[in-house]
Design a protein. Structure first.
Lengths: 288, 356
C-alpha cells in the first residue's frame, strides 16, 4: 500500500496550536524574556544573561522559601495519602451510605480556593472564630496571625480538609475495582487483614495512588490562593511559600527580572520532580 | 480428607422469600464422597457458584447444614474448614514471586520455613512451575497464573476439598485441554475430593466421575456421564446434555399408554400415576430415533451434515424432532415415519421422569 502524501492535515492542528500558543507558549516566553533582561519600562530591554538566575540561586530568601515549600509539601503528603487511604478503606461498599459518603467527600473539593481560605480565616480567628475561640477556651495559646507555629498548623489543617477527599475518592475508586475473588481467595488462604492490605489492596491501588501523589505534590507545591487569603504569608515570612514569595517579588517589589528567573527555576523544579516520580512509577510498572 | 454432606440446604440473597424464584439454592441434599471427582454442571445463574461458596464458607446459607465427616461446620469460616478454591479469574498476589505465592497460605498458617520449601518445590514440580519460581507472578500468562491459584490450593496437604469455579474460562482453547488433563492426572495422583463447577458439558463429562446437574437452584440429577445420557431424570438434563439435546414432545396418556396425536408410542415408563401431572411430555434422544415404514408421521424440515453424521430436523404433531443418522444413510424426501427405541423413550410429568 502506498500512502498518499497530503500535508493538508496540518491545518487540523492549527486550532490546538493557537490555543496552546496563547495560554502557554507566549506567556512562558514573556517570562523567559524578563528572566534574561533588565527593563525600566517603555519596552526597553537590556541583556543581562544569567545574572538573575545566579542571584536567585544563591539568595537566602529563595532558599528559605524553598525550604518552607518542601517542608509543607512533605507534611501534606505524609498526612493526606495515608489518611485518604484509611478513610477509603473504611467507607461503606454498598447501600445508602455510599452516595452519602461520596457527596460529603466531594464537597470540600467543590469550594473555590479563595473561599476555602476566607472560611478558614474566619473559622480560626482567635477571638470570634469557632476553632480559634474553642482552642483558647480549652487553654491553648492559639493565634495564627501572630505565632508562626499556629499559622503552619492552621494552613496544614486547611489543606488536609480541602484535599484529603481527592486521595479518598481516587483510593476508593481503586478499591472498588478489585474483584471479590481476590478477597475470597485471601480468606481461604488464611491471610490477615494486614496481608490483604499489603498484598491485594495496595498493589491494586498503585496506579490511582501514583496519580494522587502526583496531583497532591503539584498542587501543594504550587499552593497560593489559600495561604494568601488565610495568612498572607505571615506572620513575618513564616508561611510565605514559593508562589507567595514570588508574587511579593514580582508585584510587591516589581523586581521583574529576578522574579522571572525564580519562576523558571520554580517551574523547572516541579517539572523535574514530576518527571522523575512518574518515570520511577512507570519503570516499576513495566518490570512487573 | 472427608466426606461432605449438604443437608436441606437453601440460600437466598433476598431479605424475605415468598416464591421459589427468590431462592438461589433450594433444598439441596447431597453427599460428596471422599476422594471423588465431581462436576457441578448447569447454565449461568443456576446457583452453582453460590453452592460452591456455601461449601467453602464464603457465604452462610439461609437454611440447612454442611457436614464434613458428619461434623456440623455450618458456622465455621473458610480457614477452619480447610478447603481450597480456585476462581474463574486467576487470583495471584502481584507483588510476590511465584514461590512466595505458593508459600503464602502455608506462611499464614505458621508452618516452618524448611517444610514450606519442600512443599512448594514439590507442588511446583507437579505443575511444571519450577523454572519460574523466582519470577514475579504478575508477569506470567493466564494459564501460568491459574496454575499458581491451583498450586496455592494444593500446597496445603490436608485440605478437605478442592473446588474449581469455572477455572478455564480465561485460558486459551488449546491450553484448556492440557490443563484439564493435568487436573485429571492430579486427581488420580493425590486422591483429594474435587468439585469442578462449569457450564460446559464437555469439561464436566471429561473431568468427573460423577456429574451433578443443577437447574434453577436445585440439583436435578447426579450420576455418571453415561447415566445422564441414557436416562435423564429431568427434561433439563436431557436438553442440556447431548448435542443436539433430547427431544421433548407433547403427548397424551390414554388408558396407560402414550400417544402423540393418535400414534401410540412405546415407552420404558408410562404405567401409573401420570394423571396427576399438569404437564405430560415424552423425551427421546436424537441418537435413538430412526426412519421406518410406519410409526410417527413427520415432515422433513432440514438436513445438516456434521461429517460423520447427519442431523435431521423434522416436524411432528408433538413438536419438532431432531434425529441423528449415519452420513451414508438415505434421507426420505418430504414426509416420513419415525420409530423410537423403547428403552430410551421416557415419559416426563411436570419435567420429572415418571418412575414406574
Amino acid at each position: 500500500m502506498n500512502k498518499t502524501v497530503n500535508q493538508k492535515a496540518w491545518f487540523f492542528v492549527i486550532p490546538v496550536f493557537v490555543l496552546v500558543a496563547f495560554n502557554a507558549i507566549i506567556p512562558l516566553m514573556t517570562v523567559v524574556n524578563y528572566a534574561f533582561q533588565e527593563t525600566f519600562g517603555n519596552n526597553q530591554f537590556m541583556w543581562e544573561g544569567t545574572r538573575w538566575f545566579k542571584q536567585i540561586l544563591v539568595s537566602e530568601r529563595f532558599h528559605a522559601a524553598l525550604g518552607r515549600q518542601v517542608l509543607f509539601t512533605l507534611i501534606i503528603l505524609v498526612i493526606q495519602i495515608p489518611l485518604g487511604i484509611f478513610i477509603a478503606l473504611n467507607m461503606p461498599k454498598e447501600g445508602i451510605g455510599v452516595p452519602i459518603c461520596l457527596v460529603l467527600m466531594s464537597m470540600p473539593l467543590l469550594i473555590p480556593w479563595n473561599v476555602v481560605g476566607a472560611m478558614w480565616n474566619i473559622f480560626a480567628l482567635p477571638d470570634i472564630g469557632f476553632l480559634g475561640h474553642s482552642l483558647n477556651a480549652i487553654g491553648f495559646d492559639y493565634n495564627f496571625t501572630q505565632q508562626s507555629g499556629d499559622a503552619w498548623f492552621t494552613t496544614i489543617l486547611m489543606d488536609v480538609w480541602h484535599w484529603t477527599s481527592l486521595v479518598v475518592l481516587l483510593s476508593y475508586a481503586g478499591l472498588r475495582s478489585i474483584q471479590p475473588a481476590y478477597y475470597q481467595a485471601a480468606e481461604i488462604d488464611g491471610a490477615t487483614r494486614w496481608a490483604v492490605f499489603r498484598h491485594i489492596e495496595l498493589p491494586k491501588m498503585k496506579k490511582v495512588l501514583t496519580i494522587a501523589i502526583l496531583l497532591r505534590f503539584m498542587d501543594s507545591f504550587m499552593i497560593y490562593t489559600e495561604p494568601f487569603v488565610l495568612t498572607g504569608g505571615g506572620p513575618g515570612n513564616a508561611t510565605a511559600f514559593l508562589s507567595i514569595d514570588l508574587v511579593k517579588m514580582a508585584l510587591g517589589q516589581f523586581d521583574l527580572g529576578p522574579a522571572a528567573a525564580m519562576s523558571l527555576i520554580y517551574f523547572f523544579i516541579v517539572l523535574t520532580v514530576c518527571w522523575v516520580f512518574y518515570n520511577l512509577m512507570m519503570r516499576n510498572e513495566s518490570k512487573s | 480428607m472427608s466426606k461432605i454432606t449438604l443437608q436441606d440446604l437453601s440460600h437466598s440473597y433476598l431479605q424475605s422469600q415468598n416464591k421459589d424464584e427468590d431462592w438461589a439454592i433450594r433444598n439441596v441434599n447431597i453427599d460428596w464422597q471422599d476422594g471423588g471427582a465431581y462436576a457441578l454442571l448447569g447454565p449461568s445463574g443456576c446457583g452453582k457458584t453460590t453452592l460452591l461458596n456455601i461449601i467453602s464458607g464464603l457465604i452462610n446459607p439461609t437454611k440447612g447444614k454442611i457436614l464434613f465427616n458428619d461434623e456440623d461446620i455450618t458456622q465455621k469460616n473458610p480457614v477452619e474448614r480447610n478447603i481450597a478454591q480456585i476462581f474463574q479469574f486467576p487470583v495471584i498476589y502481584d507483588t510476590m514471586t511465584v514461590f512466595e505465592n505458593l508459600a503464602f497460605p502455608l506462611r499464614n498458617r505458621q508452618i516452618p520455613e524448611d517444610e514450606i520449601n519442600n512443599k512448594v518445590n514439590e507442588i511446583a514440580e507437579m505443575l511444571e512451575l519450577t523454572s519460574t519460581l523466582n519470577n514475579r507472578a504478575s508477569g506470567l500468562t493466564a494459564d501460568g497464573k491459574q496454575k499458581i491459584s491451583l498450586g496455592r490450593g494444593l500446597a496445603r496437604s490436608d485440605v478437605n476439598v478442592i473446588m474449581f469455579d469455572e477455572p478455564l474460562t480465561v485460558i486459551d482453547p488449546h491450553l484448556k485441554w492440557i490443563l484439564r488433563s493435568k487436573l485429571k492426572e492430579l486427581h488420580q495422583k493425590i486422591k483429594r475430593t474435587m468439585i469442578y463447577v462449569t457450564h460446559d458439558q464437555t469439561e464436566a463429562l471429561t473431568f468427573a466421575d460423577q456429574v451433578v446437574v443443577m437447574h434453577d437452584g436445585q440439583i436435578v440429577q447426579t450420576g455418571t456421564p453415561v447415566e445422564l445420557f441414557k436416562k435423564p431424570k429431568h427434561t433439563f438434563v436431557g436438553h442440556f446434555i447431548g448435542s443436539p439435546g433430547m427431544n421433548i414432545l407433547s403427548c397424551q396418556i390414554n388408558n396407560g399408554s402414550v400417544a402423540i396425536n393418535g400414534t401410540k408410542i412405546e415407552t420404558s415408563n408410562s404405567n401409573i400415576g401420570t394423571s396427576n401431572f399438569s404437564k405430560i411430555e415424552l423425551g427421546i434422544r436424537p441418537e435413538f430415533i430412526s426412519f421406518d415404514r410406519k410409526g410417527l408421521p413427520v415432515k422433513i424440515l432440514n438436513v445438516s451434515n456434521t461429517g460423520k453424521n447427519k442431523i435431521i430436523e423434522t416436524e411432528s404433531d408433538g413438536g419438532k424432532i431432531k434425529l441423528i443418522i449415519k452420513a451414508g444413510e438415505k434421507v426420505p424426501e418430504g414426509s416420513a415415519f419415525l420409530t423410537f427405541k423403547k428403552d430410551y423413550t421416557y415419559v416426563y410429568g411436570d419435567d420429572w421422569i415418571v418412575e414406574k
